[in-house]
Design a binder for this molecule. Structure first.
Ligand SMILES: [Zn+2]
Ligand SMILES: [Zn+2]
Length: 173
């Protein structure tokens, strides 16, 4: 893997795949590659199944009622997915850390990547910085990487939509 675990790359990829689930093995491979992941082995239907199961578990972390529950759920994912960290230069493009065993296929790789990457994001930036859009009918998940840590909407579009709605509501009232 060559996603920087100390940036928001991994958590953003998890959110993107959770928001729009990959339908085919090819789509999963393409979107992971586009995100910067180096795929070392052919991607199989088992990888897609595993990824969808991981995303389901990951969504529970997103929807956790509070920080403690969020930490517990994520700790469970870490325990099931991550191995001891090791230095690697497997692609010859620089030393970096892997939190998984060598030679794994994409499903287990994403499991470790999403668990560790989400944990890094939350402890680095704040435990609350993973959520769904505030517009009720928009269930889009996003990692809040804003400066203030108070991002409420998935997009400018949703922010505008809600502003218009609140304006109308106040005029009606
Ligand atoms: Zn790597
Ligand atoms: Zn939204």
């Amino acid at each position: 893997m060559h996603l920087n675990l100390y940036s928001e790359d991994a958590v953003n990829l998890a959110a993107a795949l959770a928001n729009r689930r990959p339908a085919t093995v090819e789509e999963l491979a393409d979107r992971c590659r586009a995100a910067g992941l180096v795929l070392e082995r052919p991607v199989t239907p088992e990888d897609l199944d595993r990824t969808l199961a991981v995303l389901k578990e990951w969504e529970k972390v997103v929807d956790a009622a509070d920080e403690r529950e969020r930490a517990e759920l994520l700790n469970r994912m870490l325990a099931d997915s991550a191995a001891y960290p090791r230095l690697t230069d497997h692609a010859g493009s620089g030393w970096h850390l892997h939190f998984r065993d060598d030679g794994q296929s994409l499903g287990p790789v994403l499991f470790a990547l999403f668990s560790v990457g989400t944990a890094m994001h939350l402890v680095g930036r704040g435990m609350h910085r993973l959520r769904r859009c505030e517009v009720t009918e928009c269930t889009t998940i996003f990692a809040d990487t804003s400066r203030t840590g108070r991002q409420r909407y998935c997009s400018r579009q949703c922010a505008n939509r809600d502003a218009v709605r609140r304006h109308r509501a106040s005029r009606a009232g």
